[in-house]
Write a protein that binds this ligand. Structure first.
Ligand code: TPP
Ligand code: MG
Length: 889
């Protein structure tokens, strides 16, 4: 039955309700907000006991989390800081504007930094430590598009000179330039973290925070109060990477992690959530993931309005408006705000009747109010037991006049001359009008109060930031002789390269010098790679140890979690594991500890899922080994189309600092690993390794003499023709090398065609070397020509080259320019299938029979073998010449 208004039962209840609220108010007023909170908690508990279920609240009122009465006073000199901020804003704007005037279309961004400036300045002046003892200090992941502001600050501090600023986005000039965005590769003593591909920064920051704890718990670094700050765009939160690892922050209690989301309500095209409020949405997401959420929505000037509003209408009005409206308010000015925002309720109009339109327009958002920001940062830094996110409401293009809060403001690169003059006037900068119009840089004398203050703050906090340090690493790679167990062959026992790798890894972890530095990483594929023994040996890292007795505790290889465990078992997240790989692969610089990551994963789910992160890893000058297991389109049996990788080598070839190898034998693997350790950690090269491993078992031969250089450079002759007179050259890699060796026998026995067999460990490296040599030859036509390694290796080799691989034909084809018409490639183009190796290799035409057929066919084309015999051989070998092309099946 519907209850009518005025119903006595209803009005009784209304009176009761009023009494309850009054009683609650009394408690809050008399005993303070903490008591109020306690009362609520007790009531909730009571309700639960009475069986009354309540949905937990994930969105709280649209006000600042920290009430005014809890705020502490601002410790800085706001007058000077305001001036410094204005100077940075000016120079950032002048830099981008000026460069686009000089070089139309060179690009750059003004609006992002304009919204972020105060959030960063409070950090730079009061929070970001450059060092902690002898360890580097806080890590800050900057929004990539805000880099002009970071450069402008460094310019004021005298870290970058004027010429350098004038070379913004001019990196290829006579004097050094500034990279568009944070790129350690391009500015190795400045930027630490590449962030500009949206989502990668926040994801890496979460795992960086966890890795810091891992190093602390393993005793590799001291515990410090160091923080990891990630500045994130509100639009950027749409990337799955940005929010995908939040639960790790909570699970691992990462109170060294602070996200600051710059909620300027806009992304590139327009509003982030025109029809809703991004802050509400993010609050729910972060609260749900267990983060400490601090909303910084309104500036101090709103506090007074809130205090005078006894109707509750101000909050009501705020909660009625969506972000599309909030954006319009800041684009359209004070009169518009008065009419559209306050004008809805006469009471609210009255609240601002004493204010001018200009004053109404300049009512601040929290992210532009240093005091509000300071208080939020302070609480974030002091918060214990979990990560904090600060949701700061800002205005995109803040202070840029007509560019502010426009949909197009992200792309704005030039500012109208009048706006420049306006800016100088508004911020009272001592820049003559003509210089303002010309967008000239301005730096006050170093002994001016603002410069002295700015330098003083940084000195107090340990020095300049951002800054990237690369200490000299004292590291000696183990000599190849120590790998004797693996270069000696398996003595007839059938093993896979994966098994060989795991046993090398276990031995490396036992090494008294470098063992501790090894960081094995695995995304729930440990058993796939046979890591059980390693798990027992060094344990899985678990920040809380092992709180349970595992069911298999009595077994030899039980599941072992340890507070100082060495293995990072990430669960099913290739992206998360790659973020750990990034943290560990840059440990040599970020923690002054040269950790050596070995990230083992399903090769197919490697680059395809996380290619962008691998690219950023290279940018960050990461070192380490990507160990791509269950590789090959025909070697991984049964799993089919989504699992069988026949292309990752091609994908990895695109990363300039990635050396990729496709070894067939464990001794090759040992040589590559030893060489990698030496190059990366002893010689200090900023490269990393991609190595495919397979799960096919076969007897591993002993390493022949004198092949080490060939293994590293990419090719060596494995088995010469018995007679020494080969008519063709056979190339093989990975397990397909065995097919090639079998083809060599068939060719000799059945067709009297003697061949040489070569093991090609890296087509990518051979091509790179050849390109380098060719470039030199091109640029030095008067000098004696140099010879690429692949050409000199084959100098005496006769006949065509038949290359067979478990990867796409494009992998060996990379050598075509140096092998001209000699090269015939067999590879695994096309979708995979579920079947066994025999059928897969026949299907993709990479089995021994196909290699034989291809060799005879090529010899026939070259006039060295009878064509009819070649055709008949195909029938004899069971090669179906009329079936469809597997590349298109
Ligand atoms: C992965 C990725 N996709 C697209 C872009 C192009 N892009 C650069 S900035 C931007 C908008 C950023 O918006 P937001 O995160 O809200 O940052 P704001 O500039 O508003 O602070 C886009 C789409 C990119 N850098 N990275
Ligand atoms: Mg934005």
């Amino acid at each position: 039955m519907a209850t009518k208004v005025g119903n006595p039962v209803q009005s009784d209840f209304a009176a009761q309700l009023r009494e309850w609220i009054e009683a609650f108010d009394d408690v809050v007023v008399a005993d303070g907000p903490e008591q109020g909170a306690e009362l609520l908690t007790a009531l909730k508990q009571r309700a639960r006991e009475a069986g009354i279920s309540q949905q937990s609240e994930l969105t709280t009122p649209y006000v600042n989390t920290i009430p005014k009465h809890e705020e502490v006073a601002y410790p800085g000199d706001r007058k000077l800081e305001r001036r410094i901020e204005a100077l940075i804003r000016w120079n950032a704007m002048a830099m981008v504007h000026g460069q686009n005037k000089r070089d139309h279309g060179i690009g750059g961004h003004i609006a992002t930094y304009s919204s972020l400036a105060t959030l960063l300045e409070v950090g730079f002046n009061h929070f970001f430590h450059a060092t902690y003892g002898n360890q580097p200090g806080d890590f800050v992941y900057f929004q990539g598009h805000a880099s002009p502001g970071i450069y402008a600050r460094a310019f004021l501090l005298g870290r970058l000179d004027e010429q350098r600023i004038l070379n913004f986005r001019h990196e290829l000039r006579d004097t050094p330039g500034l990279s568009s965005y944070p790129h350690p590769w391009l500015m190795p003593d400045f930027w630490r973290f590449p962030t500009v591909s949206m989502g990668i920064g926040p994801l890496n920051a979460v795992y960086q925070a966890r890795f810091m704890r891992y190093l602390e718990n393993r005793g590799l670094i001291e515990k410090t109060p160091r923080k990891i700050w990630a500045f994130v765009g509100d639009g950027e939160t749409d990337e799955v990477d940005t929010l995908g690892a939040l639960s790790l922050g909570r699970r691992e209690k990462l109170d060294n992690l602070i996200f600051v989301v710059n909620c300027n309500l806009q992304r590139l095209d327009g509003p982030v959530r025109g029809n809703a409020r991004i802050i509400d949405e993010l609050e729910a997401v972060f609260l749900g993931a267990g983060w400490n959420v601090i909303k910084v929505i309104w500036g101090s000037d709103w506090d007074e309005l809130f205090e005078r509003d006894h109707t509750g209408l101000l909050l009501k009005r705020m909660e009625e408006c969506v972000d599309g409206e909030y954006q319009a308010f800041k684009a359209k000015g004070g009169a518009y705000i008065r009419q559209e925002f306050f004008g809805k309720y006469p009471e609210l109009l009255k609240l601002v009747e004493h204010m001018s339109d200009d004053e109404v327009f300049h009512l601040h958002r929290g992210g532009h109010d240093a005091r509000k920001i300071y208080n939020a940062y302070k609480q974030a830094v002091e918060h214990k037991g979990g990560p904090t996110v600060i949701l700061a409401k800002t205005v995109k293009g803040y202070g840029l006049g007509s560019t502010q809060a426009r949909n197009a403001s992200h792309q704005e690169k030039k500012v109208a001359d009048e706006a420049l003059v306006d800016f100088v006037r508004r911020y009272d900068l001592p820049i003559p009008e003509a210089d303002a119009r010309a967008g000239k840089l301005y730096r006050p004398p170093q002994d001016s109060p603002e410069m002295v203050y700015m330098q003083g703050r940084r000195q107090e906090l340990g020095g300049y930031m951002p800054r990237r340090d690369v200490p000299k690493i004292d590291f000696k790679a183990p000599k190849l002789e120590t790998f004797g167990e693996w270069t000696g062959g398996s003595k007839g026992r059938a093993v896979s390269t994966t098994m060989g790798f795991v046993s090398i890894l276990r031995a490396l972890m036992k090494d008294p010098k470098i063992g501790k530095l090894i960081v094995p990483i695995v995304p729930d594929e440990g058993r796939t790679f046979g890591l059980e023994s390693a798990i027992k040996q060094v344990g899985i890292y678990a920040s809380e140890g092992q709180k349970y007795k595992p069911h298999d505790v009595d077994m030899l290889l039980s599941y072992r979690e340890e507070k100082d465990g060495q293995i990072l078992e990430e669960g099913i997240t290739e992206a998360g594991a790659m973020a750990s790989f990034t943290a560990a692969g840059t440990g040599y610089s970020n923690y002054l500890v040269p950790t050596i990551p070995f990230y083992m994963y399903y090769s197919m789910f490697g680059f395809q899922r996380v290619g962008d992160m691998m690219w950023a890893f290279a940018d960050a000058r990461g070192k380490g080994f990507l160990m791509a297991g269950t590789a090959g389109r025909t070697t991984m049996t049964g799993e089919g189309l989504q699992h069988q990788d026949g292309h990752s080598h091609l994908l990895m070839s695109v990363i300039p600092t990635c050396l990729s190898y496709d070894p067939a034998f464990v001794y090759e693997l040992a040589v590559i690993l030893q060489n990698g350790l030496k190059r990366m950690y002893e010689d200090g090269e900023d490269v990393f390794y991609y190595i495919t491993m397979y799960n096919e078992d076969y007897a591993m031969p002993e390493m022949p003499r004198g092949v080490e250089e060939g293994i590293v450079r990419g090719i060596y002759k494995l088995k010469a023709a018995a007679s020494g007179k080969a008519v063709a050259q056979l190339f093989g890699s990975g397990p397909i090398l065995n097919e090639v060796l079998r083809a060599q026998e068939i060719l000799a026995e059945k067709y009297s065609a003697e061949t040489d067999v070569w093991s090609v460990t890296s087509y990518n490296e051979l091509r790179r070397e050849a390109l380098g040599v060719e470039r030199w030859n091109r640029l030095h036509p008067t000098e004696a020509e140099k010879t690429p390694y692949i050409v000199s290796a084959l100098a005496k080799a006769k006949g065509p080259v038949i290359a067979a691989t478990d990867y796409m034909k494009a992998v060996p084809d990379q050598l075509a320019p140096w092998l001209t018409t000699r090269l015939v490639t067999l590879g695994t183009d096309g979708f995979g299938r579920s079947d066994n190796r025999e059928h897969l290799r026949r299907h993709f035409e990479v089995n021994a029979e196909s290699v034989v057929a291809a060799t005879l066919s090529k010899l026939a084309r070259d006039g060295k073998f009878d064509a009819k015999k070649a055709q008949k051989a195909m029938a004899d070998l069971g090669v179906d010449t009329e079936r469809g092309d597997p590349a298109h099946m």
